[in-house]
Design a protein around this ligand. Structure first.
Ligand code: F6R
Length: 615
């Protein structure tokens, strides 16, 4: 995800900014840029690709000056081009801005600014720069920092969405203005110099004294002072905190591993995934990237999800959701099988390729095969500009941000979120009622808070995981839409604990695998309150009767869960179709804590790679 670093002080800003960008590389990015003010000159350099490309460009220019802002961009609105890289300028080309987040109403703002505004990028961020510049014109030049502050305040009152911004103006020396709503910003407090960044990492080499902005706060930085105030212009006394993190710890934002951080990122990135992609009033999913006419959508007779590993489990949730909401026959194909089995595909088939990396060789080859056979082929991808994103004829980015741990967690959540919205979009065009559509969307909107309720139980889940760490074999069972959850939970357990684990639909155990159950072979069972609750109870009874230990994932308030289980982890109640967005989280935490207890390298499990670009 995008990164920001800004500096104001008496040193040369350029080397500090470039070094800061390098330290932000771990967040993932596809282009970068910086702007530096020196007296009454303003220089801007941008480049696609690695920071070293930007550094090489910067080296050919004379870039003196002690005030500057810089940015690494991870594309959301608009492709990976130099024009779309930050900093962006306003109409006067004198104001520069870096922005993390998404301005949801950028189209409205653009319309309101009128046709005399000329834009050089496809980004929502450039429109925000123009809006601030437009408000600055309401003051009389020569402009001061108070004028710029007022312009920022006025512009932000009009904005809907999320932002972490830093603004600098050519004619206003010794001033950086930053504001936060939903995208983190940290102020680094130095002596005669100050820093602002999207996290502590790029600031740590210079100072450990930091102030963390909260949503709705603005920071006004000069060389000698920092003022923090609200959007409504009220001054705030902000505590300066002393950070003890090492640089690596800072990248992990205080979490012990990237995997744990990414598990805890889920409520936030889930919101990023669905933002602006639904309409509660209409009870419908609104994913723009499908590139299909209403007629083409109506022609779809069959949906196939093609993916590998975790992504294929997300596709399996899609099978349940598409069949239930849209009544369209839906299959899930593991890409490495699909590509060689001469699948029957025609022009009424819609194929979704799901991939976090967008580079998985088997998925890519299978999608090419489906395209060759005349299907509609669309992508559900995390990495912007990746090969699958480019080769499919449309689709959706899942906005999970960079996922650095090998075991996928937050990308899975966002894949499922997008697939549910697609199922709703197709469902409303077929047979889903307005009331069901609205109920589903309202259930989705309640999820971040419910996810947090599960994450709060991390320490309790750790205690359970440690109890089971010496068992060698596990079953993970679920039924209906929770069967994919069982598959995903089982894969996580295998990947990072190296323990043997098998996933089954609960009703399938008695057809053979039950023979393995005894007191040394525990089962984790997803038994939330849905239409298959009683069936699942019976399946668990069958395991208990064979002396199998059972850990149950149950719905809050289900006191009867204790009758069946050695250990219970409770999750909040939600609509059945939405359960896969909650029930996998305790399984992620269970695997994580067990792997830590066993001393595994959680982020880099043996024998595995993050991006599988070979067959
Ligand atoms: C498991 C995991 C893998 C990937 C699979 C597909 O935690 O991460 O199973 O899901 O290799 O990768 P992508 O989604 O990049 O195509």
């Amino acid at each position: 995800m995008c990164g920001i670093i800004g500096y104001i002080g008496s040193k040369e800003a350029a080397p500090i900014l470039l070094q800061g960008l390098r330290r932000l590389e771990y967040r993932g990015y596809d282009s970068a840029g910086l702007a530096i003010q020196d007296g009454d000159t303003l220089a801007r350099v941008r480049s696609v690709g690695k920071i070293e490309n930007l550094a090489a460009r910067a080296a050919t220019e004379d870039l003196p000056g002690g005030v500057g802002i810089a940015h690494t961009r991870w594309a959301t609105h608009g492709g990976v081009t130099e024009e779309n890289a930050h900093p962006h300028t306003d109409q006067s080309q004198k104001l520069v801005l870096v922005h993390n987040g998404i301005i949801e109403n950028y189209r409205e703002i653009k319309e309101q600014l009128g046709s005399e505004h000329i834009y050089n990028s496809e980004t929502d961020s450039e429109i925000l720069a123009h809006l601030i510049g437009e408000h600055l014109l309401e003051s009389t030049a020569p402009y001061t920092k108070e004028h710029l502050l007022k312009a920022v305040e006025e512009a932000l009152k009009q904005v809907r969405g999320t932002y972490g911004i830093v603004v600098l103006h050519k004619d206003i020396p010794n001033c950086l203005i930053a504001a936060r709503m939903g995208s983190p910003l940290v102020v680094g407090v130095g002596d005669g110099e100050h820093y602002i960044a999207s996290d502590a990492t790029p600031i740590l080499p210079y100072t450990k004294k930091m102030m963390f902005l909260d949503d709705g706060e603005i920071a006004i930085l000069t060389q000698d002072a920092i003022e923090i105030q609200t959007l409504a212009h009220e001054l705030i006394e902000k505590e300066v905190e002393e950070i003890e993190w090492s640089a690596e710890e800072a990248e992990k934002q205080g979490y012990a591993d990237f995997m744990l951080k990414e598990i805890f990122d889920q409520p936030t990135v889930f919101e990023d995934a669905i933002r602006g992609r639904y309409d509660v009033e209409e009870g419908v999913g609104k994913l723009g990237g499908l590139n299909m006419t209403d007629d083409e959508i109506k022609q779809v007779r069959r949906v196939i999800f093609i993916a590998c590993g975790t992504a294929s489990h997300a596709g399996m949730v899609g099978k349940y959701a598409f069949e239930r909401l849209a009544g369209i026959p839906t299959e899930v194909d593991v890409a490495s099988e699909f590509r060689y089995r001469d699948a029957v595909i025609d022009e009424h088939t819609l194929v979704f390729g799901i991939s976090q990396s967008g580079e998985t060789a088997d998925t890519l080859a299978a999608l090419r095969e489906a395209k060759r056979k005349g299907a509609f082929v669309r992508g559900i991808v995390n990495s912007v500009g990746s090969t699958i994103a480019r080769e499919t004829d449309g689709g959706t980015y899942i906005h999970a941000g960079p996922e650095l741990a090998v075991a996928s967690t937050k990308a899975y959540t966002n894949m499922v979120a997008i697939i549910l919205l697609y199922a709703l979009q197709f469902g409303r065009a077929q047979r889903t009622t307005l009331a069901t559509g609205q109920r589903l969307l309202n259930a989705l909107l309640e999820l971040p808070q419910k996810m947090n309720r599960i994450l709060e139980q991390s320490d309790a889940i750790k205690v359970i995981a440690e109890t089971y760490k010496d068992y060698e074999d596990f079953f993970v069972i679920g039924r209906g839409i929770n069967y994919p959850t069982a598959l995903e939970g089982s894969l996580k357990l295998k990947e990072i604990t190296y323990r043997h684990s098998e996933a089954y639909p609960g009703g399938e155990m008695k057809h053979g695998s039950l023979a393995l159950v005894d007191e040394s072979f525990p089962t984790i069972a997803v038994m939330t309150k849905n239409q298959l609750y009683d069936k699942m109870r019976s399946n668990i009874e069958e395991i208990r009767a064979r002396k199998g230990k059972v850990i149950v994932i149950a719905t809050e308030g289900d006191d009867r869960a204790h009758e069946l289980a050695d250990d219970v982890i409770f999750v909040p109640e939600t609509m059945e179709l939405v359960e896969p967005l909650l029930n996998h989280i305790p399984l992620q935490l269970f695997s994580y804590h067990m792997a830590v207890a066993l001393g595994r390298d959680v982020d880099r499990p043996r024998n595995l790679a993050k991006s599988v670009t070979v067959e």
